[in-house]
Write a protein that binds this ligand. Structure first.
Ligand code: PAN
Ligand code: ZN
Length: 202
């Protein structure tokens, strides 16, 4: 019988999902994120020597009858590019049932959330933290710690992941390393007006 038709059970330590359940692993290296980090000079310098792994998504896509649920574990590694911490690309959900649940297994992070019209907020992510992400909020995860940030996401399989909007304009805010620790600052090149190319970042 297909695994998706069975009840799934896991101990609270979600890291066991990594070896047991995932049927697809997607690595995201700096090459895939080179246009997302704001310090393009540092991106070029790092890529000239190496192509670091920023995160991996270990995913189980629902393929059974009815609506179902898909889920995945993200392993977001610690590190910085320039003063920006490693992050996931980030996306909006569109389509029916666009809400999502996040549960943090381990590590220390920030969830950056934003509406299409530029409202932005951050939530702290620590082990055991659960976040309900409503469908109208784009979401990006940022690792501000020194360990891997490991979290589970659960979403409806008919969600359309919209990456283009974030790829084009970024998030209104950036989370950067400063002498005082992680700091959330305005994104100087956030692009809100698609009809005005002069505001387009970089
Ligand atoms: C998560 C993300 C995962 C990787 O499973 O897809 O953390 O981030 P990007 O998809 O932005 O590269 C989720 O939010 N799924 O909907
Ligand atoms: Zn999502």
């Amino acid at each position: 019988m297909d695994m998706l038709f069975k009840a799934l059970s896991s101990p609270l330590d979600l890291s066991s999902f990594l070896s047991v359940h995932a049927d697809k692993v997607t690595p995201r290296r700096l090459t895939h994120l080179k246009d997302y980090f704001s310090d393009r000079q540092t991106v070029r310098e790092v890529l000239a020597k190496d192509d670091p792994l920023i995160y991996e998504v270990w995913e189980v896509e629902y393929a059974g009858p009815g609506r179902g649920l898909s889920y995945g574990m993200t392993r977001l590694f610690p590190g910085t590019i320039g003063n920006e911490y490693f992050f996931t690309r980030g996306h909006f959900h569109s389509g029916d049932l666009g809400d999502e649940m996040y549960v943090v297994n381990s590590g220390k992070g920030v969830l950056l959330l934003s509406t299409r019209d530029g409202y932005c907020e951050t939530l702290d992510l620590t082990a055991g933290q659960m976040v309900y992400v409503p469908s109208h909020l784009a979401h990006r995860t940022i690792n501000i710690g020194t360990e891997e940030l490991l979290f589970l996401s659960v979403w409806a399989p008919n969600i359309v992941h919209d990456y283009d909007t974030i790829a084009e304009r970024g998030f209104p805010k950036l989370v950067v390393a400063s002498p005082n620790g992680p700091e959330t600052i305005e994104n100087p090149v956030f692009f809100t007006d698609k009809n005005n190319p002069t505001t387009k970042p970089l």
